[in-house]
Design a protein around this ligand. Structure first.
Ligand code: NAP
Length: 270
């Protein structure tokens, strides 16, 4: 029997109860990985874990952790080690599109709206987006890397940046800056990790069908804006992001580190 591309590996995934993180968790599980998902909210973590278990090896656990708190991410990594013995690949997908964003709710401030102009934004709002989207990824990456270094077995880290790392979205300056930070974090940290055989890469999705874009999908102007920026003329599927992340997480990308791939339907990312 052909073995999966992540057979015997243990994957820790933040933002794993929703959208792109959940799609990655399912895809990684199909390829044989034991999965540890983390997110905010025990109920949806439980539901997501049950969903991932279907049709896979069933090795799935969840652990609630806020990526802004180092001790919670540390506890997440320790819980993964306790359950599965090692960590081989990490996906940092937790994120918000704005300070007021809550996934699944069509609230304020979807990416690219004309709300949230920087000139009017409070420092607290700015700090919140940077804290979750950039500092949260940094904490996830380095805590995972410390464990991988101790294990001595190398590993892979995949960060979820965004096409907004390279494409300016008015109304979302904080988001764009946070994602540009993730792309550079990925590159700079990858160089430090080469001697430890840990590869660090990122993906920069275009507009994807997840709760994060639901508000814009439900709004004619929002939809026009997203499709107008996307030469393929459609939104991306979470599975398409998961397939890109899988490539970076497994040995097929063995000569790739520090890269950000942009699965974005042809969006011009210069
Ligand atoms: P999503 O469905 O909202 O998933 C993001 C998850 O992260 C949510 O479950 C969210 O929980 C969680 N989260 C937020 N703050 C957190 C924190 N402090 N600690 C732990 N978890 C936290 O959106 P998605 O589209 O899958 O987004 C996944 C990643 O892809 C994000 O980094 C996003 O910026 C990026 N991305 C998305 C798109 C797109 O078009 N969808 C495009 C480019 C990049 P809450 O519901 O509680 O906030």
């Amino acid at each position: 029997m052909e073995s999966g591309r992540l057979e015997g590996k243990v994957a820790v995934i933040t933002g794993g109860a929703s959208g792109i993180g959940l799609a990655c968790a399912k895809r990684y599980a199909q390829e044989g990985a034991a999965i540890v998902i983390s997110d905010l909210g025990i109920n949806r973590l439980e539901a997501a874990a049950a969903d991932i278990r279907k049709g896979t090896n069933g090795k799935v656990m969840f652990y609630e952790a806020d990526v802004c708190h180092e001790e919670q991410i540390e506890a997440l990594m320790n819980a993964a080690i306790k359950e599965f013995g090692h960590i081989d690949t990490v996906l940092a997908a937790a994120g918000v599109s704005s300070a007021s964003y809550v996934s699944g709710e069509n609230g304020e401030g979807p990416v690219g709206s004309d709300d949230g102009q920087l000139i009017n934004k409070s420092l607290d709002e700015w700090n919140k987006v940077l804290q979750i989207n950039l500092t949260g990824v940094m904490l996830t990456d380095r805590l995972a890397a410390r464990i991988m270094i101790d294990q001595g077995t190398g590993g892979t880290i995949v960060n979820i940046a965004s096409s907004a790392a390279r494409v300016a979205l008015p109304g979302a300056v904080d988001y764009c800056v946070s994602k540009a930070g993730v792309a550079m974090l990925t590159h700079a940290f990858s160089v430090e990790m080469i001697e430890h055989n840990i590869r660090v890469n990122a993906i920069g999705p275009g507009f994807i069908e997840t709760p994060m874009t639901q508000g814009m999908q439900d709004d004619a102007d929002g939809t026009e804006m997203m499709l107008g920026m996307t030469p393929m003329g459609r939104l991306g599927k979470p599975l398409e992001m998961a397939n890109t992340a899988l490539y970076l997480a497994c040995d097929e990308s063995s000569y790739t580190t520090g890269a950000t791939l942009y699965p974005s339907g042809g969006m011009h990312v210069s």
